[in-house]
Design a protein around this ligand. Structure first.
Ligand code: NAP
Length: 272
């Protein structure tokens, strides 16, 4: 039996175990997905221990996404983002991936959105970094608006220096209306809207030519998505990004096409 798991602290309410185990069941793969909660300063050691114990793969969440870089060989985009959320132990050293980036792209693809033109990204934390590199690698021009402006400006400089194709610039939140006027894509990667009825974006800045993804998945229908839908925009909820980061990890670990529908059903059953 193969053992996969999630490394985090805390990991109590993770949705990854039911999502991945639905995939194993559908494809008749003899595997289990469990959670590991080591002390916060022991992320890299936990990865070394997992390798020794024969764990096949790990997802990594807060607060370990940066710390585990010391214990893996990151692929190109994980190294540029500076964070790893998926580890494959079939290589020596283990390989580190950031499937949040690919998850975001595949979530848009699932909704028929082509990532071309101008993107506006709100937020420059962990999810924001992954989103910024993902959108720029697709060739988009990315305007990053963040509460702490400097953080967005620094992220934009990192992205512009190393993106495969696109460029980025950093802005204050109060320029969002201006940024959004000609934008094709909007991503919320702040925690605004999580367990609260607030949006980080002025309602009157939303319009029908936008595709809007909210990384927040609790609630599934955030105020931003509700207002975006009312403005005629295409909307993509945060569970799609969560699903596809898991699908990417599943496919890297097992070498099989993930049973996306079964994993999606299991995930949403635990969200709704
Ligand atoms: P993080 O690293 O802590 O970053 C938080 C971001 O939110 C920062 O940009 C922060 O701005 C901004 N922010 C927080 N409170 C704010 C406020 N009151 N007004 C304006 N901006 C505010 O968190 P994270 O890991 O990136 O996660 C962000 C969200 O994405 C969470 O809701 C998380 O659940 C979600 N997420 C979803 C997925 C998915 O697969 N769907 C994956 C990862 C994360 P400052 O820089 O100024 O502090």
């Amino acid at each position: 039996m193969d053992v996969y798991g999630l490394l985090g602290n805390p990991v109590g309410h993770s949705l990854s175990p039911p999502m991945h185990e639905a995939g194993y069941e559908k494809l008749d793969i003899d595997a289990r997905y469990v959670t590991f909660e080591p002390p916060v300063e022991k992320g890299a050691e936990a990865v070394e221990s997992a390798a020794m114990l024969g764990v096949s793969g790990l997802n990594v969440t807060i607060p370990f996404k940066q710390d585990v870089l010391d214990a893996v060989e990151p692929d190109d985009i994980a190294a540029r983002i500076g964070a790893v959320n998926t580890i494959d132990f079939s290589t020596d050293p283990p390989t580190g991936y950031n499937t949040d980036a690919a998850g975001l792209v595949r979530a848009f693809e699932h909704h028929g959105v082509s990532l071309e033109g101008q993107a506006v990204l709100v937020g420059a934390g962990g999810a924001g970094r992954a989103a910024a590199f993902a959108l720029a690698d697709e060739g988009m021009t990315v305007g990053i608006a963040n509460r702490t402006v400097e953080k967005g400006v620094d992220l934009a400089a990192d992205v512009t220096e190393s993106a495969v194709d696109g460029t980025a610039s950093g802005h204050a939140l109060d320029t969002l209306s201006e940024l959004l006027a000609d934008a094709d894509v909007l991503v919320n990667a702040t925690s605004v809207g999580m367990e609260e009825d607030r949006s980080p974006v002025p309602e009157d800045a939303l319009h029908g030519d936008l595709a809007v993804l909210d990384a927040v998945y609790s609630p599934i229908e955030t105020r931003l998505l509700r207002e975006a839908a009312a403005a005629g925009a295409t909307t993509v909820d945060g569970a799609w990004m969560l699903l596809y980061q898991g699908v990417e990890a599943f496919e890297r670990w097992t070498g099989e096409d993930a049973p996306v529908d079964a994993m999606n059903e299991a995930l949403r059953a635990h969200l709704e």
